[in-house]
Design a protein around this ligand. Structure first.
Ligand SMILES: *Cc1c(COP(=O)(O)O)cnc(C)c1O
Length: 376
């Protein structure tokens, strides 16, 4: 039997055995009590991870379906502004273009967002702001609190993609003033791919669009969630909900504080390893922008190709991510999110260090040692 590769990607991530087992069973009626209870259990845990008392729904579709639901319900025919410093910020802007009137506020990928340009757009009457909290493509964490404060000051709605922060890093939707936050199942939640969840604030409900999408009509989600048993408007991806319920049970067992701490330790360990190797991290941070706690983007050194780097690591049974779009060949990314911990991370860093040496690079120092010092 060939061993399954270890996925150290920023999604999909390895899914714990208990979560996989939860899906393998006979079909159940999605209008019945068992489904309703599973949906309610997911919502209860997700609200804690989002840091919210707002309404929260789980939809059948990947993270991008969640992004489209947010923009389609609250951004249509409104003046939107999209903050961009990576691929997913760009995706929210592109979704905005399908629904109406959106202005992009771009920065180079992995560099700080242009908050001064955001403020000008708000002064000029922008009604909806989109931002990616943890920009997976560049390994940078964007300033949700600052953007939340600014959108409140100008009474705009704040849509935040928390797809790779919620469930791994600390998120405080209510404290930060996030009106719509989004998560995807195959990232920090360590569940199978195919579900997204969204929280919706009261301010957002007051401004919900007049023309809503059909399949992703969140007013319909709200109406059906109020039924007893709790329901979704159409047939949901039931096996995935059962898996997500188990993933949420694991999260409750670990405790959110411990989970955030584990992710931060892993991030520190990777950064220590990169430092020991003498490889720069890709993002440019400042007082409010930080390195991601769930995915690390590291510059590929001269003399090594992306293919050699990731190919050699893959031969050792571990998959790490490359750069996307124009960053292909320039960076590699290690996902450290979900259920993984020290053993998976040490193996990954060992494989990368071996690869650097094999490709003729002389890393300054022992990155695996440096990481173990953090994790030990
Ligand atoms: C993965 C990801 C998404 C959603 O991608 P899907 O492939 O649709 O799940 C959205 N935003 C960010 C920041 C992501 O990392």
């Amino acid at each position: 039997m060939e061993k399954e590769p270890l996925l150290m990607l920023p999604g999909p991530v390895p899914v714990p055995e208990r979560v996989r087992a939860a899906m393998v069973r006979q079909a159940i009626n999605h209008r019945g009590a068992e489904f309703g209870a599973a949906y309610a259990a997911c919502v209860a845990t997700l609200k804690k991870l989002f840091g919210t008392n707002n309404d929260l729904f789980v939809i059948s579709g990947s993270g991008t379906a969640g992004m489209e639901a947010a923009v389609g319900n609250f951004g249509r025919n409104r003046k939107m502004v999209s903050l961009i410093n990576g691929k997913f910020g760009e995706r929210l802007w592109k979704i905005g273009e399908r629904y109406g009137n959106v202005t992009a506020v771009p920065s180079d990928w992995g560099t700080p967002l242009n908050l001064a340009a955001l403020e000008s757009a708000l002064e000029e009457g922008a009604e909806v702001v989109t931002m990616v909290h943890n920009e997976t493509s560049a390994g940078i964490r964007n300033p949700a609190q600052e953007v939340g404060r600014m959108t409140r000051k100008y009474d705009a709605l704040f849509i935040m993609d928390g797809v790779t922060s919620i469930g791994g890093d600390l998120v405080e939707v209510d404290k930060w003033g996030v009106d719509v936050a989004i998560v995807g199942s195959q990232k920090c939640l360590a569940a199978p791919a195919g579900l997204a969840a969204l929280s919706v604030s009261r301010r957002a409900w007051e401004r919900i669009g007049k023309e809503l999408p059909y399949y992703l009509d969140l007013a319909a989600y709200r109406k059906n969630a109020a039924n007893s048993p709790m329901e979704t408007p159409y047939t949901p991806a039931v096996p995935l909900f059962l898996a997500l319920k188990e993933a949420c049970a694991i999260i409750e067992e670990e405790g959110i504080e411990n989970r955030v701490h584990r992710h931060r330790q892993m991030a520190r360990a990777v950064r220590a390893a990169a430092g020991a190797w003498g490889l720069p991290l890709f993002p440019k941070t400042d007082a409010v922008h930080a390195y991601s706690e769930t995915v690390s983007a590291i510059c590929i050194p001269e003399g090594i190709s992306d293919k050699d780097l990731r190919g050699t690591v893959k031969k050792l049974g571990i998959e790490i991510a490359g750069g996307q779009d124009h960053l292909k060949g320039k960076i590699f990314r290690i996902g450290h999110m979900g259920a993984v911990g020290a053993p998976e991370l040490i193996a990954t860093l060992g494989a990368v260090q071996y690869t650097l040496r094999k490709c003729g690079l002389k890393p300054q120092d022992d990155g695996v040692m440096a990481a173990c010092e953090v994790l030990g």
